[in-house]
Design a protein around this ligand. Structure first.
Ligand SMILES: Cc1cc2nc3c(=O)[nH]c(=O)nc-3n(C[C@H](O)[C@H](O)[C@H](O)COP(=O)(O)OP(=O)(O)OC[C@H]3O[C@@H](n4cnc5c(N)ncnc54)[C@H](O)[C@@H]3O)c2cc1C
Length: 382
């Protein structure tokens, strides 16, 4: 039986997220967009953590909220209506690599670093390098075995939370000659000697989410911090991206598009000149198209979440969700900006922010070209 009604508990989470987004995130979203503001960012993180929005996917036994992906996507959409970057920061903190491949001991040791409600830390997932973006197989960060430790050397760039994380999942190669089969994942706490936080990106969109470089100068990582076996790193990364493309990109994209649609509607219903125009079909048809796109995209996100929650392989669906929803978010935000006109470039109707945030969705978690590549390979291998 198919149903679209959220359970009572899911509705509670959704409402809590909507209230939090309205009261806590929306009032500071424009300020955070203007530049990283530590005085504003960390207190907001603490309040998000207290509400259970920072470790949503972490089971309760490890201090998280224990949400399934369906509930998580409902929460994330609401947070993203207020600010895409903050919603993304929340999703990236469910410490997916550890959830995918960690041992119980690793989970007990490392999850409290990010799931503490009193003093939350952030997690980072470090795959991309200056010369290795889409092609993960060409990473050059090395992990050299030395007794019971690995020595990490290399540089990662454009890492979300890269300059502020308490714990990193780092993808490095134990043997470049093995290509993908040499890539291995390591849990690297920020206090280890030789870990240097580098340049912070001043970027187009998602400006409330920190993005930066992190450099490893002979960082000695205990063998017990290796996730899975040597060579398991790439499958772990792909599983993490499978989830992120649905929740961090899909649900966030629906939220950003909704923000643009709701702002456009508010503008057309309240601004006196616009009120005269609202019955023009050129404008009202755009509104209808925007809402249709949002509703269709949410169905994709929910179906993909249902697959994740039911442990159905979702690599193809997650890639389809990623490129479809992010393209939709860009289109809807652009339509919103066109509808609102000059009022769409300031805090009242921040359409330019929605356009910029939506654009980032097309690039991260694997570009939309790569998502189409993954999806088409999935289709053709059937
Ligand atoms: C805001 C933000 C946050 C990010 N956060 C993280 C993070 O937390 N962790 C992390 O590891 N990375 C992160 N990234 C990096 C992101 O995942 C990469 O930007 C992405 O993988 C693309 O890599 P690239 O930019 O180097 O593009 P490139 O790989 O250099 O590609 C350039 C262009 O060529 C296209 N292209 C490449 N190969 C193919 C192909 N085979 N077929 C068709 N087209 C192709 C691409 O689609 C793209 O358009 C983040 C990026 C951004 C913008």
């Amino acid at each position: 039986m198919i149903g679209f009604e959220l359970s009572a508990e899911q509705k509670q989470w959704q409402q809590a997220a909507r209230d939090f987004a309205d009261k806590e995130i929306r009032p500071v979203a424009w300020k955070l967009d203007k530049g990283s503001d530590e005085a504003c960012f960390w207190p907001l993180m603490e309040r998000m953590s207290k509400k259970g929005f920072l470790a949503m996917g972490v089971p309760k036994e490890y201090g998280g909220s224990g949400l399934d992906f369906m509930t998580m996507s409902a929460v994330v959409e609401e947070l993203a209506v207020a600010d895409g970057g903050m919603a993304f920061t929340a999703t990236s903190n469910s410490f997916l690599p550890l959830m995918v491949a960690g041992t119980d001991e690793q989970k007990r040791t490392f999850l409290p670093l990010t799931s503490s409600r009193e003093k939350p830390g952030l997690a980072a997932f470090a795959l991309t390098e200056p010369h290795a973006g889409s092609d993960g197989a060409s990473i050059t960060t090395t992990a050299t075995k030395d007794g019971r430790e690995y020595v990490l050397d290399g540089e990662k760039c454009f890492i979300s939370n890269g300059n502020i994380a308490r714990i990193y999942t780092v993808l490095a190669t134990v043997d470049r000659g093995k290509g993908l089969k040499g890539i291995t994942a390591f849990l690297v706490p920020d206090h280890l000697d030789g870990l240097e936080r580098g340049r912070v990106e001043d970027k187009l969109g998602f400006r409330s989410s920190h993005t930066g470089t992190v450099v490893f100068h002979s960082v000695r990582v205990p063998e017990g911090n290796r996730l899975g076996a040597e060579g398991d790193g790439f499958p772990i990364a792909m599983k993490v991206l499978e989830v992120m493309r649905i929740v961090s990109c899909g649900a966030v994209g629906v939220g950003i598009a909704r923000a643009a649609y709701e702002s456009a509607l508010r503008f057309l219903l309240t601004y006196s000149n616009a009120k005269k125009l609202i019955n023009q079909q050129a404008l009202s048809f755009d509104l209808a198209d925007m809402l249709a796109s949002i509703e269709a995209s949410r169905l994709l996100v929910w179906k993909s979440c249902w697959m994740l929650d039911n442990k159905i392989p979702a690599a193809t669906m997650s890639s389809i969700t990623k490129f479809y929803v992010s393209d939709m978010a860009v289109e809807v935000a652009n339509k919103g900006l066109n509808l609102v006109g000059l009022y769409g470039v300031n805090e009242d109707y921040p359409m330019d922010k929605y356009v910029r945030d939506a654009k980032v969705l097309q690039i991260y978690e694997g570009t939309n070209q790569i998502s189409r590549l993954v999806a088409s390979r999935g289709i053709l291998s059937c």
